[in-house]
Design a protein around this ligand. Structure first.
Ligand code: SF4
Length: 958
């Protein structure tokens, strides 16, 4: 019988035009090809040539069409006319909106620039927003990092000069053992997906997931370790104990590339106790085996001793970092049996995993026959690889012990010698950078002046008490108290404390709270109900405690209702944008890369890109970098103009590709007026592939370091030495012990001495230590679902069919203990609040942990959803249970080192809810639609318009 083949056109022409851009449906920044037909977005696919995704597109990415077509899009600037929260606004012109904002902002810039608190959410233009804030002169600026994963970023940058995700990635082509800790894949979705695809087809490769919940990529892990939340640090230190005990560490790597040999002063009571011993030239010293004397630890010919106690010429005693580390982690408090009690992971499993790590690193060593030259000019024939790679993000970051846990993971990597080597973790240029990078936060006394820019960026890296932003009496200078004695190394600021502190006037009142793309009136705040009260609270004169709130967003989120002035943003398919090397680029371990977004279609509403609005405001306010000498606007063409013509330093601008008048230069070079055309012709990205000989050991690879210096990424081509022992931490600790010019107020001394340990430590998360664990026996955590990343996902007609509401998920055993079963409703109570939610039982969950999808629960009336939409009726937030303050009310609910929001420290009790009415609690007054919101169709159809008219609604008829 003749085989009849169906004729399928695999590449139907669906569009008149294809434009390349960058996805914004999560933080991953994949390249996309957007098909446009009749001036409308028709179809989105992945760009096969793009360095991040290589053509892979996830469900969110393809659903970007419905984000762009969301009925919740704002359409015109709004001015509040009723009380905050009433939803009463009037539409105004852009001119009136910009004049109003300029009037408010000019007043405070000319009197006290601190009174502007400018905070942005998950935007991707932080190099612009931070620069704008410093030009304005306010130190009160940060983005979302403080409530996301700053522990991971800061721990990495202080320890190994890089970090996971944007700053580094596993060597997917060679790794054999991959460990992923906690919620981590939501930030690096497609690259990990691609990487796991490679790993899964490699013989004898293993993927181990350490996570209280087995969802997402953990579902395909070869081994799932259902750890108790907040105990990862002790698990990792127990692995380190085992590796040290069995002498399975890479001594050569430690001696060459880390500060393991550096001598540390051992002199109790001395101001420099615990500091590195340095020579007259300031270089750290080690003990040289050949001369049996102290020597420059950075000299290429030195042969350092790693153990022992040595007496120096001034009589001081000193020990190498390695020796101190051995003593610390060989202690029985880190033995697997002790860790097993705390983590819930059997001691035998901890021992086995340590042995597997050692086996992969040392028995499966890789050697790539590639010649390379190190920083001292020594030639090497091969790159030696230790094929163990790791990845972690918010899951371990969002605990009050997260900074030290993240440092512990990096210590584990260093001991295995698996950093920037074949099969290990690899830096993405412009990383590695010195540990920590050079920028210090600006805003010290004398640096914030009326009408003047700050002398530097408002965020940076403190290296000791001298870098803090505190007043003479030690009190905080920033509204969020970042870089104060309370949170000395808060490199990304502390966004979760801004509204609380501004409301309390602590440390001082602000005049204007200016926010972008941060849903602080709902899912981006702890203590959501309290935050709403703070946004609407008035003083004794009936004036709002936070006098002015300016908010910019593309969609009618819950926060819009609490703004006085709303500046409507475009969607990501309607504007120019930049994924810059000055910020968080799209580089891979193979080389640097950056990208743009271009307007694929023109807005059909009276909206403007926030970045263009900010540049316009900068010119109206006369900020020096945004105005010409005659006072005219420097970038009249908005963000596109700025992307091409702004130079942060001579020859260095937001975009690294096609610089120079003829576009022939990369990285550094004069402005190229045709730069954006060059990007769009190259599918909206630029990338450079490093030569093979520069692909590994970048921290010590001479030609790579010279290249990085020539690009302006690092100040010199000196070797970057990883920091096992962190002297900046010890400097704060010594200050707390009474040494130095700047010391903490007495109330903070003990806290700083305890938590500023120069070696990684583990301690119980603060909430766990503060509440009765008998009363609150269960951990409660969240994660982002695969199908939604931003809270705006609920306004996406395709994606909300996947996640219309969320359940509280728990192990069957826990449900039995509580006396509930699938679909029952429960009350969940913390020391701070109570909610009601519907449960779902499962097997892949730690038996003392409940979890849910974050930001699916919505306030009724917001996001242009129907009042009875599942998101508002059944959906819920755990945020209502999380306090922004610790139970002692003295400190914020944060890591004591970095100020990272401790979202995942939450402890709860759960009881069956009787008489359920299928409605979650708490419920709030229904938000009114704001003017200009599109009439919401009962069924949102897409695609019909592209079919012949005769076929419309044909499905409805059948
Ligand atoms: S992983 Fe993120 S950036 Fe990539 S396609 Fe999906 S949503 Fe877009």
């Amino acid at each position: 019988m003749a085989h009849q083949q169906e004729q399928i056109d695999l590449s139907p022409k669906v569009s008149d035009e294809v434009k390349f851009s960058t996805c914004y449906m999560c933080a991953c920044r994949c390249g996309i090809k957007v098909h446009v037909r009749d001036g409308q977005v028709r179809y989105i696919e992945g760009n096969p040539n793009h360095p991040i995704n290589g053509g892979v597109l996830c469900g969110k990415g393809s659903a970007g069409i419905m984000q762009h077509l969301s009925p919740a899009r704002l359409s015109k600037p709004l001015k509040r006319t009723g009380p905050r929260g009433s939803g009463e606004f009037e539409e105004i012109s852009w001119e009136e909106a910009l004049q109003t904002a300029t009037r408010w902002l000019a007043d405070i810039r000319n009197s006290d620039p601190r009174k502007l608190a400018f905070f942005t959410g998950r935007d991707q233009s932080q190099s612009l927003t931070g620069f704008w804030a410093s030009q304005f002169g306010t130190l009160n600026h940060a983005a979302h990092g403080g409530f996301c994963s700053v522990n991971m970023a800061a721990a990495g940058l202080y320890t190994v000069g890089g970090s996971f995700w944007e700053f580094g990635e596993p060597d997917w082509d060679h790794t054999r053992y991959f460990m992923m800790f906690g919620v981590a894949e939501d930030h690096d979705s497609n690259p990990i997906k691609k990487g796991l695809g490679k790993l899964k087809t490699r013989e004898n490769a293993k993927f181990v997931s350490i996570n209280p919940v087995r969802t997402g990529y953990s579902a395909i892990a070869d081994e799932w370790v259902g750890i108790r939340p907040g105990t990862d640090g002790l698990f990792v230190l127990a692995l380190i104990h085992e590796l040290l005990r069995s002498e399975a560490v890479d001594l050569d790597f430690l001696a060459r590339y880390t500060n393991a040999p550096w001598l540390v002063r051992q002199q109790e009571g001395h101001p420099e106790d615990g500091f590195f011993i340095r020579g007259e030239d300031g270089k750290p010293l080690c003990w040289n085996r050949q001369t049996n004397a102290a020597a420059n630890a950075l000299a290429p010919d030195v042969s350092p001793v790693l153990s022992g106690t040595f007496t120096l010429t001034d009589g001081a005693r000193a020990r190498p970092v390695f020796d101190l580390m051995m003593e610390r982690y060989l202690d029985q408090q880190y033995a697997p049996e002790r860790a097993a009690e705390v983590t819930g992971i059997p001691a035998a499993d901890i021992r086995r995993i340590a042995a597997e790590l050692a086996h992969a690193a040392f028995e499966q060593e890789i050697e790539l026959d590639i010649e390379w030259t190190d920083w001292a000019g020594r030639k090497h024939d091969t790159f030696i690889g230790r094929p163990v790679a790791m990845h972690a993000m918010r899951g371990i970051s969002a605990h009050s012990n997260g900074f030290h846990t993240c440092r512990a993971i990096h210590l584990l990597q260093m001991l295995l010698g698996s950093i920037d080597c074949p099969g290990g973790f690899r830096y993405k240029p412009p990383f590695p950078r010195p540990c920590p990078p050079g920028a210090r936060p600006a805003g010290k006394p004398g640096e914030v002046n009326p009408g003047q820019p700050l002398p530097g960026p408002p965020l940076g890296f403190t290296t000791g008490p001298e870098d803090l932003l505190v007043n003479g009496d030690g009190s905080p200078r920033r509204i969020d108290k970042a870089f104060s004695w309370e949170y000395p190394m808060s490199s990304h600021g502390m966004m979760h404390m801004v509204i609380h502190n501004a409301w309390a006037g602590d440390p001082y009142p602000v005049d204007t709270l200016f926010m972008y793309m941060a849903n602080m009136g709902w899912n981006s705040s702890m203590n959501t109900a309290g935050t709403i009260r703070m946004l609407t609270d008035t003083d004794e004169n009936g004036e709002y405690r936070i006098p002015h709130i300016i908010y910019s967003d593309a969609f009618a989120s819950e926060t819009v209702s609490y703004a006085d002035l709303v500046l409507p943003d475009t969607t990501y398919l309607e504007r120019w944008d930049c994924i810059s090397l000055l910020d968080r680029p799209i580089s891979t371990a193979h080389g640097p890369a950056d990208a743009i977004r271009q307007p694929v279609v023109q807005p059909d509403r009276d909206v403007r890109a926030f970045q263009t609005v900010l540049i316009d405001l900068g010119a109206r306010l006369g900020l020096p970098a945004f105005t010409n000498e005659d006072g005219s606007a420097k970038y009249p063409g908005g963000y596109a103009d700025y992307l091409v013509n702004h130079e942060r330093l001579p020859g260095i601008g937001p975009l690294a590709g096609w610089r120079g008048a003829d576009g022939s230069l990369q990285g550094k070079g004069p402005v190229n007026p045709g730069q954006l055309d060059a990007y769009t012709e190259n599918e909206s990205f630029w990338s450079y592939a490093l030569p093979e000989s520069q692909q590994y050991y970048k921290h010590a690879n001479g030609p790579y370091l010279e290249y990085a210096q020539s690009m302006g990424w690092i100040p010199s081509s000196d070797q970057i030495v990883m920091q096992i022992w962190s002297e900046p931490l010890q400097k704060f600790r010594q200050a707390a012990r009474g040494h130095g010019q700047q010391q903490p107020p007495d109330e903070h001394r003990e806290r700083i001495e305890t938590y500023f340990d120069p070696l990684p430590i583990w301690y119980a998360p603060f909430e766990e230590a503060a509440v009765s664990t008998d009363e609150y026996p269960v951990h409660a955590i969240t994660q982002r679902p695969m199908a939604m990343y931003h809270s705006w996902g609920s306004t996406n007609a395709w994606l909300r069919q996947i996640h219309g509401y969320n359940r509280l998920c728990m192990h069957h055993d826990l449900a039995r203990r509580i006396g509930v079963q699938d679909d029952d409703w429960v009350h969940v109570e913390s020391h701070h609040g109570r909610i009601k939610a519907q449960i779902r039982t499962m097997s892949g969950c730690n038996r003392n942990t409940v979890w849910t999808w974050n930001a699916i629960g919505k306030r009724k009336g917001a996001w242009n959803l129907d009042e009875n939409a599942a998101e508002g009726k059944k959906g819920f937030l755990l945020n209502h249970l999380i306090s922004e303050l610790l139970p002692n009310k003295r400190y914020s609910n944060s890591d004591p080192v970095t100020g990272q929001a401790a979202w995942f420290d939450l402890r709860v009790k759960i009881t069956r809810a009787e008489a359920d009415d299928e409605t979650s609690e708490p419920q709030f007054e229904v938000l009114k639609s704001v003017p200009g919101e599109q009439k919401r169709p009962a069924i949102l159809r897409f695609g019909e318009q592209f079919l012949p008219r005769s076929s419309w609604r044909r499905k409805d008829k059948t």
